[in-house]
Design a protein around this ligand. Structure first.
Ligand SMILES: [Ca+2]
Length: 210
């Protein structure tokens, strides 16, 4: 009996080590930041992720560090969500390995633009990591996270994507970080809005608005 119990404990320890939490850097370093308390409106269903994993978003990840895409970021990130408690985190590292991860929702496109708030965490020397927004599998917006401009840790910025071509129907909306050597984007408060987008994927153009 004792041998069986010991074996079971070893197995549990082994399982726990595989399903470890994702980290911001390959070595697991976390640096605390400054909180933001702004509140916004919600158009896309639960665009603020406040329903957590029980909400309308589905998440995916190629790592064994599960359960980290929609989360309260105060733990791993050391900063609160832009709006409410929860945010969506794409990318990161699992036991040093870069993570490809993202989230999706079937959305009724009733506006010409989708805006959202984001914070980047990227280390010097990391290149080629990009975040894609897709509609029905087609990339409609892409952005490479580049150090140092996009290492905006502690500061929330806003992006917008033009989705005019999809107005009037329900489509699969997804956001995914496609990793090379690894990077992170924390996102919150996705909103479908009318009018012509006033931002593009150029970082300086986005920054000039605020
Ligand atoms: Ca939120």
């Amino acid at each position: 009996m004792l041998k069986k119990v010991t074996f079971a404990l070893v197995a549990l320890v082994a399982m726990a080590s595989v399903a470890s939490a994702a980290t911001l850097t390959a070595d697991g370093l976390v640096i605390p930041g400054t909180p933001s308390t702004e509140i916004g409106v919600r158009d896309i269903i639960d665009g603020s992720f406040e329903l957590g994993l029980a909400g309308p978003w589905t998440t995916f990840s190629d790592s064994q560090c599960t359960g980290d895409v929609i989360l309260d970021p105060t733990g791993v990130w050391g900063v609160p969500a832009y709006d409410g408690v929860y945010a969506a985190w794409v990318g990161g590292f699992c036991s040093g390995t870069p993570i490809n991860s993202g989230f999706c929702q079937d959305v009724l496109f009733d506006g010409e633009a989708i805006t959202w708030w984001w914070m980047g965490y990227i280390e010097a020397g990391h290149v080629g990591n990009h975040v894609d927004m897709t509609v029905d599998g087609t990339v409609v917006w892409t952005y490479e996270l580049v150090y140092p401009d996009d290492h905006t840790y502690g500061s929330w910025n806003q992006f917008a994507a033009d989705v005019t071509a999809y107005v009037g129907g329900t489509h699969a909306l997804c956001v995914e970080l496609v990793a090379t050597d690894g990077a992170n984007m924390l996102t919150d408060l996705f909103v479908m809005s009318g009018g012509t987008p006033t931002q593009d994927t150029n970082f300086s153009a986005v920054k000039s608005m605020y």
